[in-house]
Design a binder for this molecule. Structure first.
Ligand code: CAA
Length: 380
């Protein structure tokens, strides 16, 4: 066993840290307040190779491993979880999905632009009545010979308004249940495809979350991903990797809040000494550090298993379940350590606390992760 990072990993982590400090930190409070995320920052993340981290360089990607992806996600998320979810969805749901299961034509046409950040992608599975129960897709795609016609509504779609490419999951044959589900590549601007208003959210307010409407959207048959009926498995396999990205995001939110709390506790004085010298605060720091390290081990192990070509369904579910719990609990502690200042926006920890909550919900709620883990445990 070797827990150390390579020189290359350390360089990648430092590059992500520098970018987060110099480019994401200025303006993060305003972006959260106004619910905006500038295109310019996406372009810069593309230039750094953050939009196609694990994609083969022959398709414009950075060709890095999943450990590097986790390191980048953690550093970005310490500062701006709205930016990092954009990176996570583009990388592990859209780019990975296309690279692993798309045709060569689909990769040339779409992946090459998505991996460089020239275009952004969205993953459209959730619906008003099908969030956790993903097989109950109400959105339909009817086979018309050389094309499909898609009708339905998708909800809470990350990158929903600003994407160029949308991977849409829809029911093609209700009789067949999950085997009658397919995934399609839909382009922005296709007739009948409408983007609804942006959601006003508790956290990750800079990320672009929308409802999408599909009214008789004609999608060419060559835009279906995989064999007929592969859509549900496509979604499950893609989400398994996505959960490593969200687990890394949760880890970053927690460690970002912890670092702020540690620094604050060494500066703020009460009862004649820095508050870190009071056991009440010192023990909080000890618990925070321990919990975050435990989460890091699970996230890194899931990434390592993926890089080794092992099955990582359970590992990614455990990493997300635990890291998101740690993010929620430890951001609350970070606010507590900051006292009254923790409740004020300029100290950043209240935003991290709000951002933490979504990591227990999207890409499978904590309860869904427990279904995946318990089924794995029982199956053996
Ligand atoms: N890999 C491959 N196949 C898988 C799989 C996986 N990880 N998980 C399940 N399958 C297969 C099963 O083997 C089964 O196939 P067979 O019948 O051929 O054996 C089929 O898929 C159906 O599986 P289940 O019977 O287990 O299906 P289920 O209805 O019980 O649901 C579930 C399983 C785990 C609860 C699943 O529905 C699920 O993960 N739900 C949560 C969905 C989710 O994560 N939504 C998040 C939205 S995306 C998002 O948030 C993106 C964003 O913008 C941030």
């Amino acid at each position: 066993m070797d827990f150390s990072l390579t020189e290359e990993h350390l360089m990648i982590r430092d590059a992500a840290r520098d970018f987060a400090q110099t480019e994401l930190l200025p303006g993060v409070i305003e972006r959260d307040d106004k619910q905006t995320f500038p295109q310019e920052l996406v372009r810069k993340m593309g230039e750094l190779g953050f939009m196609g981290i694990m994609v083969d360089p022959k398709y414009g990607g950075s060709g890095m491993d999943t450990i590097s992806y986790v390191l980048i996600m953690e550093e970005l998320s310490k500062i701006d979880a709205s930016a990092s979810v954009m990176v996570s969805v583009n990388n592990s749901l859209v780019c990975y999905g296309l690279e692993a299961y798309g045709t060569e034509e689909q990769k040339q046409k779409y992946l090459t632009k998505l991996a460089t950040g020239e275009q952004i992608g969205a993953f459209c599975l959730s619906e008003p009545e099908a969030g956790s129960d993903a097989t109950s897709q109400a959105t339909t795609a009817i086979d018309k010979g050389d094309h499909y016609v898609i009708n339905g509504t998708k909800n809470w779609i990350t990158n929903g308004g600003r994407s160029d490419v949308y991977l849409v999951i829809a029911q093609t044959d209700r009789e067949k249940g999950h085997r009658g589900i397919n995934a399609f590549i839909v382009e922005k601007g296709m007739p009948g495809f409408d983007i609804g208003p942006k959601e006003d959210k508790l956290g990750i307010r800079g990320s672009d979350t929308h409802t999408l409407q599909f009214n008789d959207v004609k999608v060419p048959k060559e835009n279906r991903i995989g064999e007929d009926g592969f859509g549900f498995k496509f979604a499950m396999k893609t989400l398994s990797g996505g959960r490593i990205g969200i687990a890394a995001q949760a880890l970053g939110i927690a460690s970002g809040a912890y670092e702020l709390a540690l620094k604050y506790s060494k500066e703020r004085k009460a009862f004649g000494t820095e508050i870190c010298n009071h056991q009440a605060i010192a023990f909080k720091l000890a618990d925070m550090y321990t919990e975050i390290e435990a989460a890091r081990m699970l996230v890194m192990k899931a990434a390592w298993q993926k890089d080794k070509g092992e099955n990582y369904d359970m590992a990614s579910a455990m990493a997300k379940l635990y890291a998101s719990k740690v993010a929620m609990e430890q951001t609350v502690e970070a606010v507590q350590i900051h006292g009254g200042n923790g409740f004020v926006k300029e100290y950043h920890v209240e935003r991290l606390m709000r951002d933490a909550k979504i990591t227990q919900i999207y890409e499978g709620t904590s309860e869904i992760q427990k279904i995946v883990i318990s089924r794995g445990v029982i199956k053996g």
